[in-house]
Ligand binder design. Structure first.
Ligand code: HBI
Ligand code: FE
Length: 300
């Protein structure tokens, strides 16, 4: 079977080894020393800067899962801890999976995680979610009971959005919460989005740069806002609590909301609307100067 013979864990031939739900064996025994070192390097960079930046739920999750810097984690051991905490489990996948497959996993409290790890030459930027983004970035939040329920609700909502043809709207909600969300706390803004916590440069940029807008979370507003996948975000949405995020999404009937949104234009990425609650108004200087994240330049 193809998967275990591979050395870089990127599976390209899906006729071999992949199941109908796109899961594959993690192939833990096949990681090279260099691959484990890449995890450890990435882990140590993030562990260094996240206290005081990531939210408590994330930091507690890292602790509870014992996700330290000793190489790529074995999903079997991780799942024992995760299952006991919130009933979630990680399943290995070869990379991006079709939307319906992704949502079906989430709706059943399974998080699909890429089993491969980025190369040492692409530490700061990658096109597809790897094991560091997926496990270090996403899994700690799944130890929080409220966030765990939000993710499951999102999966169920995703299946419904697909059937209603409104995936673009719902995908923006995922983007601006699960991937790039900020949380307001009595100690100041904190990161909970996986796209931020798994990136050293964006962990700093998202909280301290003058460039992006930071706006109060509003469900309808977020679902209308365009996003970019190629550089630092130009707008972050700030939630007052994880419970608020769960309540506002499970308390909303998305059917009528999609119908309403389909008649409204998308909101450009850096726009500020009259009804926005402005946490910080950005200069957009970083985006205007062309962005340099991909070249690995210093964070402004
Ligand atoms: N597949 N592995 C993986 N990870 C994702 O985050 C992902 C996916 N497939 C589809 C998808 N995300 C999108 O549908 C959502 O982010 C909206
Ligand atoms: Fe992600």
């Amino acid at each position: 079977m193809g998967v275990l013979e591979r050395t870089d864990h990127r599976q390209t031939d899906f006729s071999k080894g992949a199941n109908a739900d796109w899961t594959i064996p993690q192939g833990f025994e096949c990681y090279s020393e260099a691959e484990h070192r890449t995890w450890t390097m990435l882990y140590e960079r993030q562990a260094d800067i996240l206290p005081g930046r990531a939210c408590d739920a994330f930091l507690h999750g890292l602790d509870a899962l014992d996700l330290h810097g000793h190489g790529i984690p074995d999903f079997r051991q991780l799942n024992e801890k995760l299952l006991a905490l919130t009933g979630w489990r990680i399943v290995a996948v070869p990379g991006l999976v079709p939307d319906a497959v992704f949502f079906e996993h989430l709706a059943n409290r399974r998080f699909p995680a890429g089993n491969f790890i980025r190369g040492a030459n692409e530490l700061d930027y990658l096109e597809e979610p790897d094991v560091f983004h997926d496990v270090f970035g996403h899994v700690p939040m799944l130890t929080d009971p409220v966030f765990a329920d939000y993710m499951q609700a999102y999966g169920k909502g995703g299946l419904r959005a697909l059937s209603l043809g409104s995936l673009a709207n719902l995908a923006r909600l995922y983007w601006y919460t699960v991937e790039f969300g900020l949380l307001e706390t009595s100690q100041g803004l904190r990161i909970y989005g996986a796209g931020i916590v798994s990136s050293r440069t964006e962990s700093i940029f998202a909280l301290t740069s003058d460039s992006p807008n930071r706006l109060g979370f509003d469900l309808e507003r977020v679902m209308r806002t365009l996003y970019r996948i190629d550089d630092f975000q130009q707008v972050y949405f700030v939630i007052p609590s994880l419970q608020y995020l769960l309540d506002v999404t499970t308390g909303t009937d998305f059917g009528p909301l999609y119908a309403k949104l389909s008649r409204m234009p998308g909101i450009p990425i850096a726009a500020i609307e009259p009804s926005d609650r402005i946490v910080t108004r950005g200069t957009q200087d970083y985006a205007r100067s062309g962005g340099r994240m991909r070249q690995g330049a210093a964070v402004p």
